[in-house]
Ligand binder design. Structure first.
Ligand SMILES: [Zn+2]
Length: 490
C-alpha cells in the first residue's frame, strides 16, 4: 500500500496504542518525515451524508490535479479530508453502479439495469432480497432521506428510506433547495435521531431534454474558468457541439445525425466540449454542493456529520477518441471517480492505493459504529477507525453495452480488460502509463489477476442464486423515449 501523507500534521494521537499496526503504514511523506497512521474517529449517532454527482470524473477536479479548478468547494473539503486518489466505480453507467453502492454487491450479482430485446424494453429493479445501506442505517435508528436526480435509480432503490423523492433532472438550484428544506425540517423536529442523507445530483451530466445546450451551465461558470472563447471552431464543430446529444445518440448506432459525426470534431471542437463539461462541474460545485455545505454549517449539523462525495461513473472526453459514458468502454476516464471523506477535525490524507466505490457503504457504517451486513464490499477502515492495509482487487463491469460485454480487474496499478465476445485481453500498467496508451503491457500480477477474475465470475454465479430470480418490468413509452434521448437505449 502506498500512502502519501497530506501536508498537514495530524493532531495528537495515542500512537503507542497502535504502534505495531502503525508500522504497516510507514511511507515517504511529502511533508515532515513523521510516520503517519491514517485514522478516522468512529462516532456513534453521527449524521452521514453521501452526495453523488452523475458522470463526474475525478481527473477534472482541482483536488485531483485539474487546473483551472472547477471545484473550489470540493477542493476545500478535500484539503481537510481524506482523498482517495484511485477510486473506481464498479460500472460505467448509473443504475448498476448505484445499485452496487447501495448493496455492496457487484453488477454481476444484483443484475440491475436495462435490457432491450426485439423492441421491448425492460428494467431490472433493485430486488427486496438485497439489504441496502439505507436499511442498515434505518434499522439503527437513523432518519433516512433520499433525493434522486436520475430516475434510473427509482425502482427498488427506496428500500430503507423514510423519505424518497425523485427529482429527475431538476435544475441544480431547485434540487439543492429541496434537500436544504429537508435538513431544515430535520433540525426543527429535534428528535435526536441522526440522519442518513443520500443525494444523487444530475450534474454534471451532459444533457437535459428541456434545455437547448448540451451542458446546462449558465455562461458565468464558463467565464469564471476561461478568459477566452477557446480555439476557433469550424462550422462543422459548431453544429456538432450544438447537437451533441443527437450526434451522440447517432454515434451509438454507428450513424450520423443530419450529416454530423462525432468523429469529425476537430481538436478545437473537442476542447469546446471539454470546457463545457468543466463549466458544468463548476456549476455543480457552486449550485449543488456549496449550499448544502453552508446549510449543514448553518444548522450546526456539520460538527457531527461524516460527508462523502462520490460519483456514479466518469465521462469520456475524447481521451480514447469517444465521448460520453454509454459505449461501455472500461478506460480510466469512464471509471475513476472522486471519493472524498470529510468531517470536521479529520486528519487530512491522500490515499494512493486502488479502491472500490462499492466499499463506501460498509465504510460509512463502520465509521458510525454500525456493523455492516455481509456483502462483496468491506469497510476501508477497521472498527477502530484505522485505514486497513490491504490491497484489494478492483472490478468494473459493463454488460449489454454497444460493442461488447467487458469487465476489468485492477490490482496495485495494474489493469486487465477482458472483452467477453471477442475473448480478447488488454493489459495496462497505470503507474507507468496512466493514459492507457499501451494495451499490451507486461504485468507482474497477470496470472493472479486472471485467476481472481475467474474466481469472481464463479462467486457471482453462486451469489446470484442466493438472491432469487431476477425480476424485470416493462417500461412505458414516455420512459423509453426519455432513456433513448439520454443515450441509454439505442
Ligand atoms: Zn450516471
Amino acid at each position: 500500500m502506498m500512502i502519501r501523507c497530506s501536508r498537514k500534521k495530524p493532531p495528537g494521537f495515542e500512537t503507542f496504542l497502535f504502534l505495531p499496526l502503525a508500522l504497516l503504514f510507514l511511507s515517504a511523506c511529502s511533508g515532515p518525515r513523521t510516520p503517519q497512521l491514517i485514522t478516522v474517529q468512529p462516532r456513534e449517532k453521527q449524521n452521514v451524508v453521501i452526495l453523488l454527482f452523475d458522470a463526474l470524473r475525478a481527473s477534472n477536479l482541482g483536488c485531483y490535479g485539474a487546473s483551472p479548478s472547477p471545484s473550489p468547494t470540493m477542493d476545500s473539503l478535500a484539503e481537510d479530508g481524506i482523498v482517495f486518489e484511485h477510486c473506481y466505480s464498479q460500472a460505467t453507467w448509473t443504475t448498476p453502479s448505484v445499485a452496487t453502492i447501495f448493496t455492496g454487491y457487484l453488477p454481476g450479482v444484483h443484475e440491475c439495469g436495462l435490457s432491450e430485446t426485439k423492441g421491448s424494453v425492460e428494467i431490472r429493479p433493485l430486488r427486496p432480497s438485497f439489504v441496502t445501506v439505507a436499511e442498515q442505517f434505518q434499522s439503527s435508528g437513523y432518519k433516512t432521506g433520499a433525493f434522486i436526480g436520475n430516475s434510473l435509480c427509482e425502482r427498488g432503490f427506496d428500500q430503507g428510506f423514510d423519505g424518497f423523492k425523485v427529482v429527475n433532472q431538476w435544475p441544480a438550484e431547485e434540487h439543492a433547495k429541496e434537500v436544504c428544506d429537508w435538513l431544515d425540517a430535520c433540525s426543527k423536529e429535534a428528535t435526536g435521531r441522526p440522519v442518513f442523507l443520500w443525494v444523487h445530483f444530475w450534474l454534471p451530466h451532459y444533457y437535459r431534454p428541456d434545455h437547448d445546450k448540451p451542458y446546462v451551465a449558465p455562461d458565468q461558470f464558463y467565464q469564471a474558468l476561461y478568459k477566452d472563447t477557446g480555439p476557433p471552431l469550424t462550422d462543422n464543430d459548431k453544429r456538432i457541439v450544438a447537437q451533441l446529444a443527437n450526434v451522440l445518440r447517432a454515434r451509438l448506432k454507428n450513424e450520423g445525425y443530419d450529416g454530423l459525426y462525432m468523429k469529425d470534431l476537430s481538436p478545437a471542437g473537442k476542447e469546446a466540449v471539454r470546457r463545457a463539461y468543466n463549466s458544468n462541474v463548476l456549476y455543480a460545485d457552486q449550485a449543488c454542493l456549496k449550499p448544502l455545505v453552508e446549510k449543514l454549517r448553518e444548522l450546526q449539523m456539520m460538527d457531527n456529520t461524516l460527508l462523502a462525495i462520490v460519483a456514479d461513473h466518469g465521462e469520456e472526453l475524447f481521451d480514447h477518441g469517444e465521448f460520453g459514458h454509454h459505449l461501455g468502454r472500461l478506460y480510466d476516464e469512464a471509471m475513476r471517480v472522486p471519493l472524498i471523506l470529510y468531517s470536521p477535525g479529520m486528519t487530512p490524507a491522500r490515499i494512493q492505493n486502488w479502491s472500490s466505490l462499492a466499499d463506501i457503504g460498509p465504510t460509512v457504517l463502520t465509521l458510525s459504529k454500525i456493523r455492516p451486513i455481509e456483502s462483496q464490499a468491506r469497510s476501508i477502515f477497521s472498527a477502530d477507525g484505522i485505514l486497513l492495509p490491504v490491497n484489494r482487487f478492483v472490478f468494473t463491469e459493463c454488460y449489454n453495452s454497444v460493442d461488447d460485454d467487458s469487465l476489468t480487474v485492477q490490482y496495485k496499478g495494474e489493469k486487465l480488460i477482458f472483452h467477453v465476445q471477442g475473448n480478447l485481453w488488454e493489459s495496462f500498467d497505470l503507474t507507468e502509463d496512466p493514459m492507457e496508451t499501451n494495451g499490451a503491457a507486461p504485468l507482474q500480477s497477470l496470472s493472479m489477476m486472471q485467476s481472481r477474475l475467474l474466481e469472481k465470475l464463479a462467486e457471482d454465479k453462486e451469489l446470484r442464486q442466493r438472491f432469487g430470480p431476477v425480476s424485470s418490468e416493462k417500461i412505458d413509452a414516455d420512459m423509453q423515449e426519455q432513456l433513448r434521448s439520454l443515450g441509454y437505449l439505442h
